[in-house]
Ligand binder design. Sequence first.
Ligand SMILES: Cc1ncc(C[n+]2csc(CCOP(=O)(O)OP(=O)(O)O)c2C)c(N)n1
Ligand SMILES: [Mg+2]
Length: 690
Amino acid sequence: MNDIALQTRMANALRLLTVDAIERARSGHPGAPMGMADIAQVLWTRHLKHDPGEPQWPDRDRFVLSNGHASMLLYALLHLSGYDLPISELMRFRQLHSKTPGHPEVGITPGVETTTGPLGQGLGNAVGMALAEKLLAAEFNRPGLAIVDHHTYVFVGDGCLMEGISHEACSLAGTLRLSKLIAVYDDNGISIDGEVDGWFNDDTQGRFEAYGWNVIADVDGHDPDAIDAALRQARSQAGDANGKPTLICCRTIIGRGSPNKAGTEAVHGAPLGADEIAQTRGQLRWPHAAFEIPDDLRRAWDARERGADARTQWQRLFARYEKSHPELAKDFMRRQRGELPEDFGHQVQALLDRQLAATTETATRKASQQALDALGPHLPELLGGSADLTGSNLTQFKGSRSLTRDHAGNYLHYGVREFGMAAAMNGIALHGGYIPYGGTFLTFSDYSRNAVRMAALMKLRVIHVFTHDSIGLGEDGPTHQSVEHAASLRLIPGLDVWRPADAVETAVAWRCAIEQRQAPSALLLSRQNTAVLEHAGDAADSIARGGYVLRELGTARVLLMATGSEVGIASAAQQLLFEQGVGSRLVSMPCTSRFDRQSADYRRRVLPPELPALAIEAGHPDFWRKYVGRCGAVMGVDRFGESAPAAELYRWFKLTAGDVATSAHELVLEHAKAHPRAPVEDFEIVLSCN
Ligand SMILES: Cc1ncc(C[n+]2csc(CCOP(=O)(O)OP(=O)(O)O)c2C)c(N)n1
Ligand SMILES: [Mg+2]
């Protein structure tokens, strides 16, 4: 297709759908869609391999709109290409429960590959997608049967490239030579505050070349032939072993087509207004009413036939692959569906049996490695890694292979790039074929936090291994000791935060995280050894409920609830209390969100409201208030830590078994005072129990 006039009209269709939808919603960002319309038209009609009738087809190209505020561009593209996104949905842009939310959201609009809006993260997702493609190709392709062979295209704006994550993600992509990653930079010189020259004056070309990227500079982003040539050039080297990712820098005019606002920040994020839209129609010679697209343009845009052809071709290829490699083909499809191998349950059971019989104290990070050692070899889809803390996070299991730019593998040394790692893991999960997990210290979860949040929003099976989870890490001191992190991660809706107490709970946490297909998990693990706890035979089921009665000692007058390394301490306190004549119940709460999802009846049975409750966790106490109530008590750490050996810190912060027993006593007394009919005379109150 090289009819320039037709292409310009096709791009103008994107522009007008954008401005009309935004005007109708009285909200949105017309600037970037109008500026990138020509680029989008060329990419989507001449290069992108996609099938609107089958948006999930495995070998489609991936398209990511990292500058997600340009969402109307994507909706217009999907609509015109023939996806199940009728014009009525474009007319409901940004309205409650429409298929056209404010920023693109995966799972809501067919054809949207990832949720974008937090600038820079889409680029991080795209790096993960391109990596998944490269690894999957290395694993599954056979001579003459390249069943995995697609590109990842990502649009980025100035904002994406200003964000720090773009450095992490692009440095990694260059290092790993992700040659099928093609980023298109909307170099319009404008962001919200105005001309970016005052705050973004990098040599972008030099920067990306230094990362090991190909850079195609100075492309006129409004010249379809120039854009096409750049895309061709980017694709031509994409299959080479030494190929590089490509950045195409397109000079564009933000809001192009708007006579009075183009080229200014005024068009970035506000409706043009009726007058300006009328003038835009004039300037673009667009005689059609709002939401009206002439038939010839509809035909030119319609990608259904071309898409179905491409998919059918792939299906034929896959049928041949299936014939010559039936086992591989079966495994490929299983992994695409996100299903686990048939023997997964058996492997988990064997691990659980071993851990239930174990008698040595172990750190839960070590128990996590044992779980990986047991399960990893049977789960080829596990794709692990760490942000340069492999030896501390214990994330690499026996027999797993480190991948490099030249060798495939199932373990990635992400380098010191926590946010980049988390965003890439989201991309890997979105791509399909892998279950990504990655490690860092819990304290640095703050660095990755928004990507963890995005995983939860997108309902992705991504597993974060956060070790060194409290003051219990000891000598590294307050910079490394988590205080508020467990509580604050638990506030992310849809994220299961596990803080297992021993090897058995750790094994169950891994099982649940792997089986949980529609949500991310964070495993908070100790550096220091934790006690060996005695479990009932059906422990695995109880643990999977997120909270359960671990031990009842005597007739309970007080309820102790704890997580992670503090369960052992609470258990020792329970013993002390018992010896002093105070019965208690010990509840382990390895995953509060799972506990919250249990029936009200179950929750009441585990935490009977009449029993005064004391929560113990070496972290911020506020979170536990919802479980202990106004009359309960919480023992935690509400200030920053200190540098010292772990045992000394537990004494300093009053989190020893003796401290817990003392507090439990006080609570029992207070409760007795507040509830005079409680039978306090039955047992001896000992106030000092050191
Ligand atoms: C992480 C993050 N910070 C801030 C914002 C708010 N924001 C949305 S668009 C934008 C400006 C982006 O500039 P640019 O990428 O050049 O977009 P253009 O104005 O060219 O469309 C900002 C600051 C955001 N979406 N994400
Ligand atoms: Mg800009």
